[in-house]
Design a protein around this ligand. Structure first.
Ligand code: NAD
Length: 351
């Protein structure tokens, strides 16, 4: 049986912890804001060591979703769900059904989608219990995996950053290190390879790294060294927290631009550490909005034309970077300010 506990945390709309022993479910849904509309965000399944780590991840991810939707001009709020467990070993049909029940209990205030560890086919199962889910397969009327749209947005923003730093946006012969070649990293690598970029890759899953080596003649770097490769762009496309006091001094790049959410471990200080090292960090939630845009435009606004919205990511990145350079501020600080302006009213999340 599913039991639901409500947590109260300042600045968050609603937080629920759902447990269902017989289904093996232990999950958290964090709704950060519904100021612009119902909250939408992916469901992440990851073997967190304990509930506190999962809660922290859910809070950071949900906050980023509010900013991402606001800066992209989408009529939705921010939320995120995490399931504690190894998706390779513990993802079962009854667990996903129980997750659907947990989402349904929020009566549409949270709309689920895919994140790391969850596939469109898993969302089909979730949708047996709730209609508040996007990114199911076409069989269920959904728009499927949004990762290609995410990668296209990352590529567009990466080009804008290359224009600023290297004076040309062409990616031919640019050297890029991709950390994590899962859904987003794989699509991004394909796009970069077609543009003539040279690639370094690393992935916890050696088969994925090897597939990248074979497909793109990529060089496989050790997991602990991928961020230290001498490259034009470092693209984090795995999990968050990869930019921190230990890794920032080790970076050998002038641009960090990737699809992973919450790349800075310390979201207040790390953007300044990157700036002091002369590294242009393109704010993750601006760059990786393509997937969210794809889901909202197709399934909530019921429009087909996603491309103009994705192209807009490049313009938003250009705006953020030009203000950041002009005012000598980290791009993340500028993006936060723009997102806050779009939210209109004062919002507690932002420092
Ligand atoms: P995914 O699980 O398909 O891929 C992540 C990959 O990273 C996996 O192959 C995993 O083995 C690898 N990985 C994990 N830890 C690693 C490490 N320490 N070093 C190297 N590789 C590692 O997930 P995804 O859907 O591609 O999402 C990746 C990131 O992008 C996540 O942070 C996600 O929140 C973010 N994101 C995804 C989308 C989307 O459309 N899928 C949209 C916006 C943001």
């Amino acid at each position: 049986m599913l039991t639901i506990k409500h947590l109260k945390i300042k600045g968050f709309e609603t937080i629920v912890v759902g447990k269902d022993r017989s289904a093996g479910l232990h999950a958290i849904i964090a709704i950060h804001s519904i100021q612009r509309g119902p909250s939408l965000g992916g469901i992440r399944m990851w073997p967190y060591e304990h509930e506190k780590a999962a809660l922290q991840d859910a809070l950071r991810l949900a906050t980023a979703m509010t900013k991402k939707a606001a800066i992209s001009g989408l009529p939705i709020g921010g939320g995120k769900a995490v399931i504690i467990g190894d998706p390779e070993k513990e993802k079962t049909r009854i667990l996903l059904l129980s997750m659907g029940e947990l989402i349904e209990s929020l009566q549409g205030k949270y709309i689920g989608a895919k994140d790391s560890g969850i596939l469109p086919e898993d969302l089909d199962v979730v949708s047996d219990q709730t209609r508040h889910v996007t990114g199911t397969t076409g069989k269920r009327g959904g728009s499927g995996d949004p990762s290609l749209a995410t990668a296209k947005g990352v590529l567009a923003g990466m080009q804008a950053a290359c224009q600023v730093v290297y004076g040309r946006n062409n990616l031919q012969d640019r050297v890029v290190a991709i950390q994590g070649v899962g859904h987003v990293g794989w699509n991004l690598g394909n796009l970069l390879y077609k543009k003539g970029a040279k690639l370094f890759v690393a992935d916890l899953n050696p088969e994925r790294a090897d597939r990248a080596r074979r497909s793109w003649k990529a060089t496989v770097a050790p997991l602990s060294k991928i961020h230290q490769m001498p490259v034009d762009v470092f693209a984090p496309c795995a999990l968050g927290g990869v930019l921190n006091v230990k890794t920032i001094p080790q970076l050998r790049t002038k641009i960090v631009a990737g699809g992973a959410n919450n790349q800075c471990l310390d979201e207040e200080q790390d953007p300044y550490h990157l700036m002091k090292r002369g590294i242009l960090h393109v704010p993750d939630y601006v760059l990786n909005a393509g997937g969210l845009i794809h889901l909202v435009v197709r399934e909530i606004l019921h429009q087909r034309g996603v491309a103009p919205w994705i192209n807009n990511i490049e313009r938003t990145v250009q705006r953020v970077l030009s203000v950041a350079l002009e005012q000598q501020l980290p791009p993340m600080v500028v993006a936060d300010r723009m997102a806050r302006e779009k939210l209109g009213a004062k919002h507690e999340i932002f420092p």
